[in-house]
Design a protein around this ligand. Structure first.
Ligand SMILES: [Zn+2]
Length: 431
């Protein structure tokens, strides 16, 4: 028993040591062509709707400027002995309250993923709460606090703990408690089988069926087989015991490499999580989503995270939205273009001084396009060269003006059939 009790301590030490070595690319995914979110009417004002053949709403226009910070908690205890993984219920609750006070919306992990897929909008400044490892105190102490604030959250479970296996750390949540959480809308995701370094050739512990433990390093086929259980087996066990779909994987200690990512990807995980905290944006790669690991003696981690997505409680948007009609767009908002190869244009001169090189145009179905910007006239234009396939097309134009990002978006319909008189939609009122 004593030996088992040491495991959480070791995990705790490992946790705080390993994550410091971690290097995660902060660059946006190359070619993250995040299917420019949205083929829909931009404003949906009634005036536009009356203008013949208005585009059908298929997807919402998602706010690509929204940002999310993700927190990772472990144990909730009254007396902190291992600050790397513990926090008092009072300190935890104070942080939950602070999110509320600062106007940061706590959203669910599945909402974040839906937003990344361009299916759903999220508020401009969000937070996600996750709990790692599956401890009883998360069920008994954290959950009531989360209920009090009405916050959704995600549990990252390593299955050996719940199973009560030889490599479990003790103090684990039970299957019944997890089922209770599941029934009440808590998101339950995977955190490997035995919670060890998943990189090939690293020292791990194996347990024989009798419970005897051996330290070893696995390579080649033996390693691959072990990984199948860690990455695929843990997912299957959670899915089968709880009747859920698991699409997120939190990497133990945040230690991973390309091969670990590849195995997780082919196991069907949509997103992978580390402990390298950073604001998650629309283009953040899904295979290395950083979380802020909250430690009892480092309250600054929480404070800094909250500050990164805007400290003001007034909720000042990081981006100024400009009405498309001010930009004399072509095709106009709500208009129906008679070609699937339209020339798309907007005049940015009304915005003010535009920083050179900051102008970007995104077109639904195409992503970022090589638009031309003429500083003399303030016009940004792009001749579509590849037929637009949808019945409607959304365009997002953004630029920097006096250090501030300004964005406009609008939607036009496409109908290649013989022309019909369409009143100039640019004159229709726009909110
Ligand atoms: Zn963990």
């Amino acid at each position: 028993m004593i030996r088992f009790a040491i495991v959480p301590l070791l995990l705790a030490l490992n946790f705080s040591m390993c994550k410091k070595n971690e290097v995660v690319s902060q660059n946006p995914q190359p070619g993250a062509s995040s299917p420019a979110a949205g083929t829909t009417t931009a404003g949906g004002s009634p005036g536009v709707a009356s203008v013949a053949a208005s585009p059908k709403i298929t997807k919402p226009v998602v706010d690509q400027t929204a940002q999310t910070i993700i927190f990772c908690y472990h144990l909730l205890v009254d007396k902190v002995r291992y600050p790397g993984t513990e926090i008092t219920p009072a300190a935890f609750e104070a942080q939950m309250k602070e999110l509320k006070d600062r106007g940061i919306t706590v959203i669910s992990m599945q909402d974040l993923l839906a937003w990344k897929r361009g299916e759903k909008n999220i508020p401009p400044r969000c937070a996600i709460i996750t709990f790692d490892d599956g401890y009883k105190s998360q069920y008994e102490v954290a959950w009531p606090i989360m209920k009090k604030y009405g916050y959704p959250f995600t549990m990252f479970i390593y299955t050996e703990g719940v199973r009560g296996g030889a490599l479990g750390g003790g103090g684990a949540i039970t299957w019944e408690q997890l089922a209770d959480m599941r029934d009440n809308g808590v998101d339950i995701e995977a955190h490997s089988a035995t919670h060890q370094d998943l990189r090939e050739g690293h020292t791990i512990t194996l347990a024989s069926p009798g419970g005897k433990k051996t330290r070893t390093k696995l390579t080649g086929p033996q390693y691959e087989e072990w990984m199948q259980n860690e990455v695929v087996g843990s997912k299957q066990l959670l899915e089968q015991r709880l009747g859920i779909k698991v699409n997120c994987f939190a990497v133990p200690f945040g230690n991973y490499n390309e091969h670990v990512k590849e195995i997780a990807r082919s196991a069907g995980y949509e997103a992978m999580f580390t402990v390298y905290g950073q604001p998650i944006t629309f283009t953040s790669p899904l295979d290395s989503i950083g979380r802020y690991a909250i430690e009892a003696n480092k309250p600054k981690v929480f404070e800094d995270a909250v500050k990164t997505i805007g400290a003001s409680t007034s909720g000042g948007a990081p981006v100024a939205e400009v009405g498309a009609k001010d930009l004399a767009t072509q095709p106009a908002d709500g208009e129906t273009a008679r070609t699937a190869l339209p020339l798309i244009k907007a005049n940015l001169s009304r915005i003010g001084q535009i920083e050179p090189g900051s102008v970007q145009m995104r077109v639904s179905g195409l992503g970022v396009v090589p638009a031309t910007y003429d500083p003399k006239t303030g016009t940004v234009s792009y001749q579509v060269t590849q037929k637009l396939r949808e019945k409607s097309c959304s365009v997002f134009v953004s630029a920097k003006s006096q250090g501030k990002k300004v964005e406009a978006h609008w939607t036009f319909g496409i109908e290649e059939s013989p022309a019909r008189a369409v009143p100039p939609a640019a004159q229709t009122p726009k909110k």
